[in-house]
Design a protein around this ligand. Structure first.
Ligand SMILES: [Zn+2]
Length: 196
């Protein structure tokens, strides 16, 4: 079993909240799965636990390799420059990599909610790609803007979720924003003509 209860049985957790939670999990997984020294089964299982997934999490290196491929595909949605591009990328992923929309209650354990994977026990990579496409598609629909972005720091591969409203963010974190501001300041200082 490898599902996160989509909507808790409490009134104060709306489906909207769950969509955002899923999208956050997507961004965290893409970042964890990026790069050569990327995380293995234990790190990915820990991350899934941190996002509410319950044990046992029987992830194999093969599962993680499949999830890494899914992460590379999902990264294209975050790299989209505008809403039209994000929608086009999502439509391609939905056409080529997910099943039709279906409802599941996980055998009565959760309220009925939508899934795009083929089965409640689908492989990890299929689940990751399908649940991510679902959440990102709803965010495009709801916000009418790209669901996220890629960190503007040339030294950082991280993706991030866009804020619901207000100014666009450019960096994945305060840390990256500060580092790039300092670097830009140093460059400007170094290029400044010497003062007599
Ligand atoms: Zn960054």
């Amino acid at each position: 079993m490898r599902y996160i209860p989509w909507v808790p049985f409490t009134e104060d957790h709306s489906a909207r909240h769950s969509v955002l939670a899923t999208a956050r999990r997507t961004a965290d997984l893409i970042n964890a799965l990026a790069g050569d020294g990327a995380a293995g089964p234990e790190e990915i299982a820990a991350l899934l636990r941190a996002h509410g997934e319950t044990d046992p999490l029987d992830l194999t290196p093969g599962d993680v390799a499949g999830m890494r491929q899914a992460a590379a595909r999902l990264r294209e949605v975050f790299a989209a420059e505008d809403t039209d591009t994000a929608a086009t990328v999502l439509n391609r992923l939905l056409r080529d990599h997910t099943g039709p929309l279906r409802l599941t209650s996980h055998g009565g354990d959760t309220p009925w909610h939508p899934h795009l994977d083929s089965d409640d026990d689908a492989p990890w990579d299929e689940w990751f790609l399908a649940s991510s496409c679902m959440a990102l598609a709803v965010l495009v629909w709801d916000r009418r803007r790209p669901p996220g972005g890629v960190c503007a720091s040339p030294r950082c591969p991280n993706v991030f979720l866009a804020q619901g409203s207000g100014a666009e963010r450019r960096y994945c974190s305060r840390r990256c924003a500060t580092r790039e501001r300092v670097a830009a300041h140093r460059r400007a200082h170094a290029e400044a003509p010497p003062t007599a």
